[in-house]
Design a protein around this ligand. Structure first.
Ligand SMILES: Nc1nc2c(ncn2[C@@H]2O[C@@H]3COP(=O)(O)O[C@H]4[C@@H](O)[C@H](n5cnc6c(=O)[nH]c(N)nc65)O[C@@H]4COP(=O)(O)O[C@H]3[C@H]2O)c(=O)[nH]1
Length: 663
């Protein structure tokens, strides 16, 4: 049986009766059958399970497939989207890079800066195109050149220094201001910025950026010019002058020398400025500046303090005498007349001189001393120079005091008008009186107008002062007319100063004064000096015409001293020429004076003007002038100026009878 089993002969095996084999085999067989049945059942269960699984699988396969497909699609989409994103990012970066490059290119091409890349030995191996900027170099103009070739010879040392400092330190950036030449050959102010990029593989050189700062430099220079130089003449102004004086004083200590300071003030500048206009005044100042510079050494400083005040600073002055050649040179320059508005005008300057050294002086005290000396020079007459001495400080204080006193005098009733008769030489009767102002000073007594009229003119006090005199004289004349019915009534003559003559409302002011006084205009004569008239003939004609239209008589005072142009003279609406007393003085003994006076008389006749001779001091002069047909005379020979009550008494005594001699 076992053999049949072993041989796999199932049929034979099955045919063997189990009992014949062994009863035990029955048990075994049963057990096996049981086991087989169990096994079968088990198998069936497995098969069933498998079938279930199979069914489940069969049932779930489409789901899995669908799910897997979904995953694939999902991942595909993710992948595609990621790829898109990456692509877009790459494109964006490429675009940004392209734009950056375009921008950089545009910047470099259109930048006004010139950018050079140089090798360590300073040779240019890259040059930005700078054709359109201030530098104007074409693309390769500077290639293979040393970058210092651009730099101004005077700035080459600074450029080399910058190069050495920058080249020594990798990554360093340094800058310096210097001048560089552009393609047209012009030198321009530039800021040279050097960056050491030798460690940068893409560059491997030193970048030199040449940045144009021409405009800024010019602006800076303008600011400096404005701060330290006079805008009109270009000369150092007060601030710079003071600084130079300070420095010069410091140097005196080291060199054991002196500083010499000349303080110049133009004589009569105000008159020129007011009458010929500010533009002409400016022209004069510019010409004065030029002439002053021509009078001194290159190392000396000429400056302008303002107005018509100039200063000359002289260094290394051994003694007082060594400034005199400079003073003479300046005077020589002023010896030539100045051509202003086509006219030759003589201008003089008063010069004050002060010396200083570091041990005792400071800039401002030195200036003040020179200024004081200048005032002394002015007082001594025009065109003079005076050297400072300490006594002048006292005088200046006195002058300041005088100015204050004069202000008080005008308001405080200290002014008086004195009257000097003017007589026809034939009849020697008083037909006219000249009003002459006096100052009754509370402590100094009677002060002559010669001592305060120039000060009043300078300070502008002449305007209120002159108006007061005019009012007082007209008031007095009106009283005399009422008191003494002489026929014709006495004429009152009043002086007008240059400043008064410039008053725009002069004619109106005079007319108002006449009305207030009740004096007819034909009994007022206004005297204007020849100098005032000739300053601006056109303006003079207009002012005189307005006065003439009111009916006032007009006289030229001090005639013969003011270089009148005869051509202009005949255009002026004048009535009288008053010959200056300096000519009358010498007529008896001086042939020249005699000839001048005769010529003036002839001229007056041809211009249809009457003549008054001033300063007649004796009978001989009166007789000579009378014989030359001079109409009128004034002078100590006839009468000195007198107070109003004395003049009133004189007029009352005289009536129409000749004047008794008072001198
Ligand atoms: N040596 C000498 N001198 C004589 C003789 N006869 C008259 N004089 C002086 O000559 C001056 C004549 O006045 P002026 O030429 O207008 O010269 C005047 C005038 O320019 C000015 N002045 C006087 N009063 C006024 C005024 O009210 N206004 C203005 N703007 N100036 C005035 O002051 C100047 C001087 O006036 P005064 O000192 O009063 O001097 C007066 C008078 O006293 C003489 O025979 N010999």
């Amino acid at each position: 049986m076992f053999a049949a089993i072993d041989a796999g002969d199932v049929a034979k095996t099955n045919a063997i009766d189990s009992d014949e084999v062994d009863p035990i085999f029955g048990e075994i067989g049963e057990q096996i059958s049981g086991a087989a049945a169990a096994s079968r059942a088990n198998s069936d269960q497995h098969l069933h399970d498998l079938a279930v699984i199979q069914a489940r699988v069969l049932f779930s396969t489409p789901l899995v497939f669908t799910f897997g497909l979904g995953l694939v699609v999902f991942f595909w989409r993710v992948l595609v989207s990621y790829q898109d994103q990456v692509k877009r990012a790459v494109e964006r970066e490429a675009e940004a890079a392209r734009r950056n490059e375009q921008r950089f290119r545009a910047l470099v091409q259109n930048a006004s800066d010139l950018v050079l890349i140089c090798s360590p030995d300073g040779t240019v191996f890259y040059q930005s195109p700078a054709t359109h900027g201030p530098w104007g170099y074409t693309d390769d103009a500077l290639l293979d050149e040393a970058f210092t070739g651009l730099v101004h010879p005077e700035d080459t040392a600074a450029a080399r220094d910058l190069w050495d400092q920058t080249q020594a330190v990798r990554g360093a950036t340094k800058a310096v201001e210097l001048r560089c030449q552009n393609a047209a050959g012009a030198w321009r102010h530039a800021e040279l910025i050097l960056s050491n990029l030798l460690d940068e593989p893409a560059v491997n050189g030193l970048i030199a950026t040449v940045h144009d700062i021409q405009d800024r430099k010019i602006f800076e220079q303008q600011l400096t010019q404005q701060a330290f130089y006079d805008g009109l003449t270009g000369l150092p102004n007060r601030a710079l002058l003071c600084d130079r004086i300070k420095q010069a004083l410091v140097r005196t200590g080291r060199r054991n020398t002196n500083v010499g300071l000349l303080f110049l003030d133009l004589d009569k500048f105000k008159i020129i400025n007011d009458s010929l206009g500010h533009q002409t005044g400016d022209e004069l100042l510019i010409e004065v500046a030029t002439r002053l510079k021509a009078s001194v050494r290159a190392e000396d400083t000429v400056g302008r303090l303002g107005g018509d005040e100039f200063v000359v600073l002289l260094e290394n002055i051994a003694d007082d005498v060594s400034v005199l050649p400079v003073v003479e040179a300046i005077k020589k320059q002023f010896g030539r007349s100045f051509l202003l508005e086509g006219r030759e005008i003589a201008v003089t300057a008063s010069i004050g001189i002060a010396f200083g050294d570091a041990s005792r002086d400071q800039a401002d005290s030195l200036l003040r001393n020179a200024d004081l000396a200048m005032y002394r020079a002015k007082a001594a007459g025009k065109g003079r120079h005076v050297i400072f001495d300490s006594s002048m400080q006292v005088d200046t204080l006195a002058r300041l005091e005088l100015e204050n006193d004069l202000r008080a005098a005008i308001d405080g009733g200290q002014l008086r008008v004195h009257y000097q008769p003017i007589v026809p030489l034939k009849s020697e009767r008083v037909t006219e009186v000249e009003a002459l102002v006096r100052w009754q000073h509370p402590t100094q007594g009677m002060i002559s107008p010669l001592d305060f009229i120039p000060l009043a003119e300078e300070t502008g006090l002449i305007i209120p002062l002159g108006l007061w005199v005019l009012k007082e004289a007209c008031r007095q004349a009106a009283i005399w007319h009422a008191q003494f019915p002489i026929d014709p009534p006495v004429v009152i003559s009043v002086n007008l100063s240059p400043r008064q003559f410039q008053m725009p409302d002069l004619a109106e002011e005079v007319e108002r004064t006449l009305q207030e006084a009740g004096l007819p205009a034909r009994y007022l004569k206004l005297e204007i000096t020849e100098g005032t008239i000739m300053l601006d003939v056109e303006a003079t004609i207009s002012t005189l015409s307005r006065l003439k239209a009111i009916g006032i008589k007009l006289a030229v005072d001090d005639f013969g001293t003011g270089y009148s142009s005869l051509a202009y003279l005949k255009r002026l609406p004048l009535d009288v020429l008053k010959i200056d007393r300096s000519f009358i003085k010498g007529i008896a003994e001086n042939a020249e004076d005699k000839a001048i006076v005769q010529a003036i008389l002839l001229l007056a006749k041809s211009l249809n003007l009457e003549v008054t001779a001033e300063g007649i001091e004796n009978a001989e002069q009166a007789a000579m002038l009378n014989s030359w047909q001079c109409e009128r005379g004034q002078g100590y020979y006839f009468a000195r100026p007198m107070e109003a009550d004395k003049a009133t008494a004189l007029l009352g005594r005289l009536g129409l009878s000749p004047l008794p001699r008072v001198a």
